[in-house]
Ligand binder design. Structure first.
Ligand SMILES: [Zn+2]
Length: 505
């Protein structure tokens, strides 16, 4: 360092030139410093590495990080350690890849830094935002000036829905031409994928599918009400969220149930429907959904799931969301609720069913239970058959906490029948594969981005141990427990400022 800084003054050289030289050297040094980060080299010693590949856990390993990359993972005692490296003693601890929550909302809202801190403090190094801004390029440019640590964001288009969209900021697509146009527009504006939603007509949906395929941009989201899960898989939908239309596709009466559902939904939405008519139709919809669950057929399910495997249709079951639809009202004793903004909390307190009369509410909670149990059964079958699975929560919906929620989802996946390693992979290796970033992310291997979580306890012995976070490494930068606690405190302060992101879709 001293050698570079020493100005080469000779009697012949004018002083002004020396000053210029000195300044350039300083700028060079500062640039070098900012590129390499202040973490220099980082070494995590004597740690059990669970790298999220098929390999077994590797005890007594050393992980060497240079800048934002892993340069070595080794069990050899002779491994070369860089000079001046920050050494973290991993004795008795477990290292997993940083987690990805593959179904979130609000991460690209204007008040995003609040949820970003909750994500990072919980070991979530990346998220897939399922309702992106109108212009992804413009949003990324603004985000570049955010000084707080934030997860990498795989950014969707705004929700693309049919007329009378479910959410206010959706792009409404009424026909085939508009479907093609929205794919073109969103690709140009930098969206990583097109988010499709329930209200799309068949024409609009298949036009989006065709245009997306032509242009090489994925489309992901709900299977529209008018489309079957098998059709969506065949059309190339990259991921299906919340198992939309999947349970229906596992019923041996799919066709008749789908036709009846569409008829009931249309009459429920009819502008001249009276309140008593709406109540009666609502009861019939609940009855039909119970029938859908009861008519589950293993052979039918296997044939649908085999199509998902063949077409590589990924599934994000969001069991956290589905379980949340049973837990109504909110468990106000959950200490994690203190990190929510007032706006989000007010929405959560209202719950899903508060505006329904008590008998209807009871029936809906009962239905949510039956559907959740069936979803768990389907997830277990998906795992056995080899359907690719992603871990996602659906924050900011009630009971889906930013950051904390991914640990809930991992536990739900294990509870449904995934081994702990498979659940971990759903939030790490699978996420990277899904995004086509497996060469850069998702596992603990030399050459990968240094996104890591250091745990006190073994997550393969009990998946709940993913919560025992001792430190997070984000892009090579170390955040020890005290720094993570400071992040949580700051998130709480930011959440206290009104008008925080309250959307959930
Ligand atoms: Zn969602």
């Amino acid at each position: 360092m001293a050698r570079i800084l020493a100005p080469h003054i000779t009697p012949e050289r004018p002083v002004r030139r020396c000053y210029l030289h000195f300044s350039l050297s300083l700028i060079f040094l500062l640039a070098l410093f900012s590129v390499r980060g202040w973490s220099q080299s980082l070494v995590i010693k004597d740690v059990t590495v669970i790298d999220a590949t098929a390999r077994a856990a590797q005890p007594h390993s050393t992980v060497v990080i240079d800048g934002d990359h892993i340069v070595a993972v080794s069990r050899s005692k002779k491994i070369h350690l860089p000079h001046n490296a920050v050494i973290v003693d991993g004795t008795g601890k477990f290292l997993i890849p940083g987690l990805w929550d593959m179904h979130v909302h609000g991460a690209s809202d204007t008040r995003a830094p609040w949820s970003h801190l909750l994500f990072v403090a919980n070991g979530v190094v990346g998220v897939r935002d399922m309702s992106g801004p109108p212009d992804a390029h413009a949003w990324r440019a603004t985000q570049a000036s955010n000084p707080d640590p934030s997860p990498t964001i795989y950014l969707g288009s705004p929700i693309v829905d049919g007329p009378n969209p479910a959410w206010p900021d959706s792009i409404v697509v009424a026909d085939e031409a508009q479907g093609r146009e929205v794919v073109d527009q969103q690709q140009q504006r930098g969206a990583d994928f097109i988010k499709v939603y329930s209200g799309l007509s068949r024409n609009a949906y298949f036009a989006i599918a065709d245009e997306a395929k032509k242009r090489g941009i994925p489309f992901e989201g709900h299977v529209p009400d008018a489309v079957t899960a098998a059709e969506a898989s065949g059309a190339g939908q990259r991921s299906i969220e919340h198992l939309t239309q999947v349970a229906e596709g596992c019923s041996k009466e799919e066709k008749t149930i789908a036709a009846e559902r569409q008829r009931l939904e249309a009459s429920f939405r009819a502008p001249d429907a009276t309140m008593p008519q709406k109540i009666a139709t609502g009861q019939n919809i609940i009855r039909l959904n119970f029938h859908k669950v009861e008519s589950f057929d293993e052979a039918t399910a296997q044939s649908l799931l085999a199509q998902f495997v063949k077409n590589e249709t990924w599934q994000t079951p969001t069991l956290t969301l589905l379980q949340g639809q049973i837990d109504d009202p909110l468990d106000t004793n959950d200490p994690r609720l203190q990190y929510l903004s007032k706006e989000v909390r007010a929405k959560w307190d209202a719950g899903y069913y508060s505006h329904f009369p008590p008998p209807a509410r009871a029936a809906m909670v009962q239905l949510a239970k039956a559907e959740f149990d069936e979803s768990r059964k389907i997830v277990a079958l998906m795992y056995r058959i080899g359907v690719p699975i992603l871990a996602g929560t659906d924050t900011m919906n009630p009971h889906c906490l930013p950051g904390f929620g991914i640990h809930d989802e991992l536990a739900f996946l294990v509870d449904a029948g995934l081994p702990p390693l498979a659940a971990l992979q759903a939030a790490t290796r699978n996420a990277a594969q899904f995004m086509g970033q497996q060469s850069r992310r998702g596992t603990i291997e030399a050459g990968k981005t240094a996104d890591l979580v250091l745990l006190d306890k073994d997550p393969l012995a009990d998946i709940h141990n993913t919560r025992s976070i001792q430190a997070v490494v984000l892009n090579g930068k170390l955040f020890p427990r005290a720094a993570l606690d400071a992040m949580l405190t700051k998130a709480q302060t930011l959440a206290g400022i009104p008008d925080a992101a309250a959307s959930g879709k």
